[in-house]
Design a protein around this ligand. Structure first.
Ligand SMILES: *[C@@H]1O[C@H](CO)[C@@H](O)[C@H](O)[C@H]1NC(C)=O
Ligand SMILES: *[C@@H]1O[C@H](CO)[C@@H](O)[C@H](O)[C@H]1NC(C)=O
Ligand SMILES: *[C@@H]1O[C@H](CO)[C@@H](O)[C@H](O)[C@H]1NC(C)=O
Length: 309
């Protein structure tokens, strides 16, 4: 019996204690962080905030303290006003790397993006952006020198005898074997895009007619071809209105100057038939005229004979 009474008494006192504690603890609500501030982990773990309880605030991730006290206190059922002022952390200039440039026009504060570029003749390897995080700049990158493919020339040799690819701004010299002429520049540079500038030269076999003189002819011939093409194509429909005899002549003249390939077959077929009928007509007319002339001559001769005789 005594033990039962004891337990009852103990439970009563526990209940009393609990009521006292809860009443006293209910004074302030759970505090919250403010602008760019948060409760410390320690304060977050607390559940009850009786009068005069002090909790600690800290700056949010990416922010640092500018001024003010970190503490707020529960006073008369309310938390005192937070005085902690935090500002964005400044990551500063990203650490310099060889041949690397940063565009920090957005600033270097927390959250800012910085564009990473390389100097002329270098290309970026890695991230072309960096961002300012709480821990500092994100993004790894380096600037690698631009290289060109191994130089090559048929029937000749170059000044490059390394197994590595030539780097930006390397000059390569080209020499042709005997009996070959170098066409182009004998020295070219590996440019910032990894191309040879000017183009790599070629070695041509030495001949009577050098390759250089035949090239301009080729290129100047091209526009002429185009012109004749348009003339022939547009004149063919118009020709159908002309008499047959002229048609043949006009088209064959057009064909003489046509050297094109794409329209050639079409024109040939088209023109051949026209030319054939034109020629036939011309021959017939010629024969008729000739016959007329001959008959005329005979008649004239007969007339003369009659006058004499
Ligand atoms: C607070 O707790 C979080 C996880 O709950 C942890 O990541 C962080 O490092 C802690 N901060 C401090 C200051 O201990
Ligand atoms: C940096 O970037 C901004 C826009 O993102 C651009 O207007 C500015 O010209 C850049 N500055 C340089 C030096 O490239
Ligand atoms: C002849 O060519 C002219 C100009 O190209 C065009 O306006 C005309 O319609 C053509 N005539 C015929 C019969 O195709």
């Amino acid at each position: 019996m005594e033990t039962l009474l004891d337990t009852q008494r103990r439970l009563k006192s526990l209940l009393l204690m609990y009521l006292l504690v809860v009443k006293a603890a209910g004074d302030c609500p759970k505090p919250e962080g403010g602008d760019n501030t948060v409760l410390t982990n320690e304060s977050l773990l607390m559940n009850v905030f009786p009068e005069n309880t002090r909790v600690t605030l800290e700056c949010s991730s990416g922010y640092i303290k500018e001024s003010g006290s970190e503490f707020i206190t529960c006073s008369d059922d309310e938390w005192t006003e937070s005085e902690l002022i935090c500002k964005k952390k400044d990551c500063g200039q990203p650490p310099p790397k060889p041949h690397m440039k940063f565009n920090t026009s957005e600033g270097t504060l927390f959250g800012a993006l910085v564009r990473v570029t390389c100097e002329k003749g270098y290309q970026i390897s890695g991230s072309s952006y960096k961002q300012c995080y709480d821990q500092g700049w994100s993004g790894r990158a380096s600037c690698e020198i631009v290289t060109c493919d191994q130089p090559s020339i048929a029937n000749g040799y170059t000044s490059w005898d390394s197994e590595n690819d030539p780097e930006y701004n390397t000059a390569i010299r080209y020499t042709c074997h005997e009996e070959y002429t170098l066409i182009g520049s004998d020295t070219v540079l590996c440019d910032e895009n990894g191309e040879y500038s000017p183009d790599q030269p070629v070695c041509n076999e030495v001949t009577r007619a050098p390759a250089t003189t035949s090239r301009p002819q080729d290129s100047s011939a091209a526009p002429t071809v185009h012109r004749t093409q348009t003339v022939t194509t547009s004149s063919i429909p118009n020709l159908s209105t002309l008499p047959k005899v002229f048609r043949g002549k006009a088209t064959s003249a057009g064909i003489l100057s046509t050297t094109s390939s794409s329209f050639q077959g079409m024109h040939d077929g088209n023109v051949d038939t026209v030319t054939d009928s034109g020629t036939v007509a011309a021959v017939v007319i010629g024969a008729v005229v000739l016959l007329g002339v001959i008959i005329g001559f005979i008649l004239l001769h007969k007339f003369n004979m009659r006058r004499k005789g």
